[in-house]
Write a protein that binds this ligand. Sequence first.
Ligand SMILES: C=C(O[C@@H]1C=C(C(=O)O)C=C[C@H]1O)C(=O)O
Length: 210
Amino acid sequence: MHRTTSTAARLGRALAVGVTAAVLVLGGSGAVAAPAVRTAPAVGAASHAGPYGQLRTLAALSADRLATADLVAAAKYGTGSPIDDPAREQQVLDAVSRQAVEAGGDPESTVRVFRDQIEANKLVQRALHRQWDADPSSAPTERPDLGKVREEINRVNGELVRALAASAPTRTAPYCDGLLTAATAHVRHARGLDTLHATALRRALPSVCG
Ligand SMILES: C=C(O[C@@H]1C=C(C(=O)O)C=C[C@H]1O)C(=O)O
């Protein structure tokens, strides 16, 4: 019988693709911090990369951010904490708006991109909660620390803000949509994303171009 991928397997895959997951796992013997590992392509290089490389960096960072949705979903599952947290969302949007100005980017378009990033994250969380409700044996057996996962989200947010600022001319170019589609497909295959995460990745990116 088909069995839904466990959270541990997903976390392993997230680590394998290089997403930092400094996750505090709560266990009977106390808290164990998983190792923090390297992340996506160096964003400092994004401004030197060509248009396709810049868009691939944006897609890769968006996939990094989406990988955290599995951990957030596990952190909230069975706790009564809602998937939607409007206060936290506002904090994220205020922070990225400030960071965009610091990075020489456009705060309005940065906020638009992050609204989509947040919707994509919640899309994954909702789907996983539905899966776990339908098949409790597939539900996570460990609960990540939401505060630690949010630290990781904040870190990816900062990288994404800087990558957006560094790719401003590419993002308003007429070829942006086509290149972004190709870059998204590349990241999907390189990361081995399943249908849910591939769908969410597309949901994360429609405001990048234009
Ligand atoms: C990721 C979380 O879940 C939702 C998605 C958010 C995001 O993508 O930044 C923020 C708040 C929540 O609405 C969270 O609660 O931290």
